[in-house]
Design a protein around this ligand. Structure first.
Ligand SMILES: [Zn+2]
Length: 154
């Protein structure tokens, strides 16, 4: 992986402002994520509004993120080359549309986290680690269980 370099610019469909850490303005994307996110947007065929993509480790602490979050621009636990996760706002989407989006993302290899306000998507599977497989997770009480893993993966 030594030839992979982080992406620090805007990418197709997503501006620097949308990609950047909300606390520091840093943009540092893992190149596999930087390639996959526009592909997801293209496959979906409609606009996507990210709530959160890059987070520096310090900002991740401030916002209460998972300590090993794939949103982080630098990751002490996982061998990322930059951020590999996005939270896509979907509050107000019809449930069928949420499920359709999650299915498209799953089919393209994204891991998925279900929250009432957003869909977390990340490229963990690209790391090729047995302990970090593609998966679907739920944000506990912040997910109304309109659908779940089995509906997405089926
Ligand atoms: Zn997230």
């Amino acid at each position: 992986m030594s030839d992979l370099q982080p992406v620090t610019t805007a990418i197709e469909f997503f501006s620097v402002k949308e990609l950047a850490c909300k606390g520091t303005g840093v943009v540092k994307l893992d190149p596999r994520f930087a390639e996959a996110l526009p592909e997801l947007r293209r496959a979906w065929g409609k606009g996507l509004t990210p709530n959160s993509i890059c987070r520096t480790p310090e900002h991740n602490v401030k916002v209460g993120g998972n300590p090993n979050s794939l949103h982080m621009t630098e990751n002490a636990k996982w061998p990322t080359i930059g951020t590999m996760a996005a939270d896509i706002s979907w509050r107000g989407w019809p449930v069928e549309e949420q499920l359709a989006f999650a299915r498209v993302a799953w089919g393209m290899g994204w891991a998925i986290g279900l929250h009432n306000g957003f869909c977390h998507v990340d490229r963990r599977a690209d790391l090729g680690l047995a302990e970090l497989p593609q998966s679907v997770f739920l944000y506990g009480k912040d997910w109304a269980n309109n659908f779940n893993r089995d509906d997405i993966v089926a």
